[in-house]
Write a protein that binds this ligand. Structure first.
Ligand code: FES
Length: 185
């Protein structure tokens, strides 16, 4: 014999039938979720896989100008465009460097960053010195250290002349752990 139904027992309610309006709202919600996931996933996937399609750093010589653009035995501040940038990098992709024209159409190209803590150094034509405004570091015209806290001379980029054009190995920032051949000379 079945026990009598208690006062507090509930019979399960039936789910309301799916109306066309409910189906439309369900579909719209699912579509919005899918769009949201795609908007998050596409940049993420692009970031992860972009490194596979980047050019290698060793293949980029960038022209800074003609030999005559750099007067003999003088130092000029110039800018090159970092080859490893995206269109939205704007002016942050413009890298300044100092170019010194030596006899025999040889060139030295210096990184502008002080080797102490990285402040940009300035070239003073009159005294023929690079000076750092942050802590008074001073460098001679050949980039070697003259005085102050910098532990060494300015870093030098790789440079060459081809078909009358001065070229820099762009996208390669020399550092203490990653010096160029020019840094060892
Ligand atoms: S950063 Fe140039 S001397 Fe300190």
């Amino acid at each position: 014999m079945n026990p009598p139904p208690s006062e507090h027992s509930h019979t399960p309610e039936k789910a309301p039938p799916m109306t066309r309006r409910n189906m439309f709202l369900f579909g719209a919600g699912a579509a919005l979720n899918a769009i949201g996931v795609a908007m998050l996933a596409i940049p993420l996937v692009g970031f992860v896989f972009s490194s596979f399609f980047r050019k290698t750093i060793s293949s980029d010589w960038i022209t800074l100008g003609k030999i005559d653009d750099f007067p003999l035995e003088q130092t000029r501040l110039t800018i090159y465009r970092n080859p490893f940038t995206r269109p939205w990098d704007g002016e942050t992709a413009d890298i300044p460097c100092y170019v010194r024209h030596l006899p025999g159409d040889k060139f030295q190209i210096f990184a502008v960053n002080c080797t102490h803590l990285g402040c940009p150094v300035r070239w003073f034509e009159e005294s023929e010195l690079f000076m750092c405004p942050c802590h008074g570091g001073v460098y001679y015209s050949d980039g070697s250290r003259a005085s102050g806290p910098p532990p060494r001379g300015l870093f030098k980029y790789r440079a060459k002349v081809e078909n009358g054009l001065v070229q820099i190995k762009g996208g390669y920032l020399p550092t203490l752990s990653n010096p160029t051949e020019e840094d060892r000379t």
